[in-house]
Ligand binder design. Structure first.
Ligand code: AP5
Ligand code: MG
Length: 191
């Protein structure tokens, strides 16, 4: 079993690299952002709550997102047999602690945290480029800058948190999609 967190700022390539990783390692992909956007599309109660936060570039409250994650894990036990790639979760220290506990209760743990490191101006460039066609409400310059600020304040401390556990693997996230994927594979295969 291989459980990975794919970590990085908005636009760093978490979703892009997850698509390649799930295929190569036969993992189950959980993107909390995708789960929330799906709820917004379906007009669920959760979606209505989440929309306000996402549109402002703010994080959805920890308690809410932790419940969702536990539910997704329990509903997909079969698909998650070979392992899970967590994309966009955890984003705060309390989320990381909750994840550790959720996995321990299920007899497993995080094996590696793959950190995609990309300079800020490149992140903005990628998000604005995608915004031209994605229709994502948070892919505009003002919200993208807010998302980056939230990342620096609330999420980036997780790098040190996982470094202390010896699990953080820094990856240069600047380059071609395939080149970055090769770096990640090399790192995971030697984990
Ligand atoms: P989420 O959906 O997780 O978005 P994000 O972290 O802001 O990141 P993105 O999905 O924008 O980027 P990515 O790193 O996946 O990059 P991608 O591969 O798409 O979260 C959205 C919101 O939901 C949050 O703001 C929050 O409100 C809420 N939320 C979600 N999870 C939460 C949680 N745990 N707690 C609380 N709130 C939560 O790539 C970006 C673009 O760049 C694409 O167009 C791609 O084609 C391109 N690209 C990728 N790689 C490269 C490359 N190597 N070179 C050039 N372009 C590239
Ligand atoms: Mg994403």
């Amino acid at each position: 079993m291989l459980n990975i967190v794919i970590f990085g700022a908005p636009g760093s390539g978490k979703g892009t690299q997850s698509d390649k990783l799930i295929e190569h390692y036969n993992l189950f992909h959980i993107s909390t952002g995708d789960v929330l956007r799906d709820n917004i599309r379906r007009g669920t109660e959760l979606g209505q709550i989440a929309k306000g936060f996402i549109d402002q570039g703010q994080l959805v409250p920890d308690a809410l997102i932790i419940d969702i994650l536990a539910q997704v894990l329990d509903e997909n036990k079969e698909k998650a047999q070979e392992g899970v790639i967590f994309d966009g979760f955890p984003r705060t220290i309390p989320q990381a602690e909750a994840l550790e506990q959720l996995l321990a209760e299920r007899g497993t743990q995080i094996d590696a945290v793959v950190g995609l490191e990309v300079p800020e101006e490149e992140l903005i460039k990628r998000i604005l480029l995608r915004g031209q066609m994605s229709g994502r409400a948070d892919d505009n310059e003002e919200t993208a800058r807010k998302r980056l600020e939230v990342y620096h304040n609330q999420t980036s401390p997780l790098k040190a948190y996982y470094e202390e556990q010896g699990k953080y693997r820094a990856i240069n996230g600047l380059g071609t999609i395939d080149g970055i994927f090769e770096l990640i594979k090399e790192t995971l295969d030697n984990n």
